[in-house]
Design a protein around this ligand. Sequence first.
Ligand code: FRU
Length: 486
Amino acid sequence: MACDLTPQYRPAFHYTPAANWMNDPNGLVFHQGRYHLFYQYHPDGPTWGPMHWGHATSTDLLHWQEHPVALAPDALGMIFSGSAVVDHDNRSGLGAEGVAPLVAMFTHHRPADAQAGVASLEQQSLAVSLDDGRTWVKFEGNPVLPNPGLKDFRDPKLCWLAARQRWLAVVACGDCMRFYSSPDLKSWALESQFTHDLGSDGVWECGDLFPLHDAAGATWWVLLVSVTLGGPNGGSSTLYFIGDFDGHRFTPLDTQIRWLDFGPDNYAGVTWSGVDERALFIGWMSNWLYAASVPTSPWRSAMTMPRELQLRMSEDGPRVASVPARELLSLQGPATLALREVSLPLPLDLDAGLRAAVGVFVLRLEIDALRSFSLSLGSPGGDELLIGYDRDRTAWFIDRRRAGRVDFHPQFAGCHSAPRLATAPQSDLQLYVDATSVELFADDGLTAMTCLFFPREPFASMTLSSTDGLKLGALAVHPLGAGRGS
Ligand code: FRU
């Protein structure tokens, strides 16, 4: 294995490949006690290149084992994003005696060849594994869903429609999502398409469709759409529509654009198949604006931490909240700092809690009266990451402008903000901090933000300040043990 040239930036509990470039999560499927994470991977370099599917597995979503590349380019092109399912009843006929096949559906992307005057071509293909994902064989009848004349036609996300006894594939088509159905994963029929003017030139990518239940037990269908441009804080980002799906057509409740995560660094995320009781999600923790320039070596990019998506009723209707997957609790050590009933006219020094947690920790605030405040993570050399709440703008924020290395790309530095979507005077905040990332979950996950940073030296001080009368019911810092371990 290549040795780390930037070991200080290797995350402790986020998945990274040992070396080389990674983007979208692909083929998320839970099978026989193991979570599979495939991903867009360029095994020959630290920037995007001919796409393969890399592969890792985990039994707990935290400790990942990296495996050999699962799918490599062939005569039909590169292997772009897609999904995987267990075909329990062998409806595809691709299984073997007593073995339900794992079936992956992915995009074959043939790049344009300007000299030959040939445009790019995207079409959907299958691959099958009969040994629990270890080895994959591409289906000889590929492509199973040829291109219908669209420039963008990719990232098929499969789900099983029990009511119709059909598979459904959501396919991203430039400025819309198309829904295709199939009895056997091999022959596909167009059901419908959904579009909405997002007001930007962003390309629709990596769709996902799944049901969530509200507290009253009603079912809502959520359509995830990742867009290459126009995110709330610039660049690529993931939004969702909420509505109804009748097995053929998605009908949104309204056309409001709701962002799944307001931070700049959560893209192309989708949910696991084979996990029925919860919508388990992971995203690519980067942004197409600067992903190829982030100063890590010999790997580039990490996944977000695993999250559960839940439906909540807010003042302005249903919302998808993001909460840390419960597995994260198993990484949590005893509190290195725990305070109760704190009122904050003065800066509060939290250094002890930070030092004992060696920079990888979760900080939780139970807030009795939410006011403007700012949490500063600082290094002796003057790098400073600020995270907080601005009452005048009713917005959470993460300011990485002075948090260390920002020089590698002109669009990396920024003070990113997210609206508060709750109105109660009380609030709660969880910050999961790893070597180069913070993931913020506020108001029980109604607002989520994911943000990378690259400090020049480890943060050694942590201070909470508010001149506005913030009142805390409780504050706790817990170290998070290493997870990644491949
Ligand atoms: C999203 C995406 C997908 C595509 C893949 C290529 O980040 O652009 O639409 O399949 O990445 O690597």
